[in-house]
Ligand binder design. Sequence first.
Ligand code: GTP
Ligand code: MG
Length: 171
Amino acid sequence: MTSLDIPELALVALVGISGSGKSTFAHRHFAATQVLSSDAFRAMVADDENDQSASAEAFDALHYIAGKRLRARRLTVVDATNLQPHARAALVKVAREHDVLPVAIVLDVPEPLCWERTQARPDRTFGRQVLGRMRRDLQRSVARLGREGFRKVHVLRDVDEIDAVEIRYEK
Ligand code: GTP
Ligand code: MG
């Protein structure tokens, strides 16, 4: 069992490439209403969770709801790749605006495994090189998270370790 300590009130950013298991992790450890997923917001604004052209509007809506939740002092989890500094900066900003601690949980799962999982999914049709690009973004990201303002950064590298995670809430 690996205990992940997070504050009772936090904005939790999941960080990981496609297929790393972010949505699975979110579903396992958090209530559905605590999880704001970029896919769900794309679907809400564009009827298609894969419509990347809807991303700007989807994230706008996601950040708005995140702000509403944080204002009500509710733990909020952002299920998106969060691989780009500007994507994470928006999350740190909304957390700070509401005096809430931003926390990052990084799923740094081996790329070949993510690719294997991705190929098995009918809802993911991008090519191998897209995953490679995400992987490079992830590697750059990990070193920066603390400096970007995330108050806790948990990096999970081992699939068995991810399987054995237990979230522990700090008062
Ligand atoms: P994107 O939404 O594309 O960014 O991917 P994601 O990071 O949300 O990955 P997701 O949780 O959807 O997992 C991708 C696939 O891997 C799914 O088919 C899951 O069932 C599988 N998967 C995720 N986590 C695990 C795990 O811990 N063990 C196993 N065996 N499969 C997993
Ligand atoms: Mg997902």
